[in-house]
Design a binder for this molecule. Sequence first.
Ligand SMILES: [Zn+2]
Length: 547
Amino acid sequence: MDWDVFRATGVAHLVSISGLHITMFAWGAAWLVGGLWRRSGRLCLRLPAPDAALLGGLLLASAYALFSGWGIPAQRTCLMLAAVALLRLSGTRWPWPQVWMLACAVVVVADPWALLQAGFWLSFVAVGVLFATDASGTQPGAGLARGTGARALAMLREQWVVTVALAPLTLLLFGQLSIVGLAANAVAIPWVTLVITPLAMLGVLLPPLWDAAGGAIAALMALLQWLAAWPWATLSLATAPWWLAAAGVLGGVLLVAHLPLHLRSLGLPLLLPVLLWQAPVPPVGQFEMLAADIGQGNAVLVRTATHALLYDTGPRYSLESDAGHRVLLPLLQALHTRLDTLVLSHRDTDHVGGAPAVLAMQPQAALLSSIAADDHLQSLRPAQRCVAGQHWEWDGVRFEVLHPQAADYDSPHSPNALSCVLRLHSAGAQPQTALLVGDIESPQEEALLARHAPLRADVLLVPHHGSKTSSSEAFLDAVQPRQAWVQTGYRNRYGHPAPEVMLRYAGRGIVVHDAPHCGAITWRSDRPAQTVCARSGEMRYWAHRVP
Ligand SMILES: [Zn+2]
């Protein structure tokens, strides 16, 4: 809940990427230490005031970072500050690009994995932008002699500059951009740095101040919640290819750079492609299926030209984590997809684990499911029962429910036996069919055969993850798929898919793609010969090669 508010108001970096406010704290502390130092002639003879200010600022900022939890971003910021401070203490004056590169090199040497983290890149660009746009053209910390009013103005300016310059990068990394972020940041950054944190630190000594800090946090949260409720609080966009995004980041930096206006305005055309980018969708009459890499469970996203359906939502991994939060929401956001319908085939947790998260983020999605009337999910979104015979058409693609029958709900059945079976059928000269069957078992397969349901399909989602209870010979002979997809976890405890079942597929020349080898599986009805495996396409060097 809190995180959604933080994201919507663009202050997530205060909580997660604390680099900026630690840096600001360091400046404030350096200014204070320098001022006090100058009052004593004897101290100044020992150590020049600017050096004392630098050291004092660095030490106090490190203490502050330690206090705020010594998280990775805080450690990183302190390393950067230390590198810059030591360079200045040594008396050398490097041009800012070199100082910037040195600070980042120190961080990367200390923690090479930082290169893979969004926070690192946000800090990297933020620090670079601050260097590049600093009015005095010198390094941070050099403007300590400025008056308080000028300092406050400079702080506001820096904040504005960082917010604008980081907007395209935030969009690239998170697929989301906060519109009210500027207003929220203008209040939140000074409030956290100058009020909440000092109160909390002093609160350790004086308990009443601790309560005051709590009050200050509550006041900030109230303001942020109010801002987050604005209709245009956040802008979500499809994730653009990296080269478009890089152009956008460059555009953002150009807009705030110290350059003549006509050069700065060049930033706008560089920004536009990222803002206008649309994720590719299938043409009218065709559909795309994407079996997400969610481990042991089902989750298949079906997209047509203007509609989208999600078939199941994968498993729950632990109390705090499920496939919805971890995989499906980022996926839907990256593709900028609004679901028209969420199908939950049945109530088992490997199919509905991510449902609460998906329903919360997709308020417009209708729910079609076989879950019982008293299921807790009904309180999140009332479900329409899936019943054989239901059908609809989106952009020329036909959707049809083949199972269960209305009467099946009246007699006791296992959840698996009530799995909603969905048939997809594309238009065009070479129509393609896909069959999503949940966890049906051989009695349901027989029932479908007995009713002469239209089972023939080009792509089959293997029933019940390849369990021994399903994929009967007669069923496979009726479906005659060219390819079959198994969504299972690697070395799952159920032994899915069962080797003897896989032999039935192999014996019929059916190509099987499974999640442990393939990762996410993508296929489009207008390119039926191409099946894309995410693992083989984007294999990282550290990924385990499944034997
Ligand atoms: Zn299952």
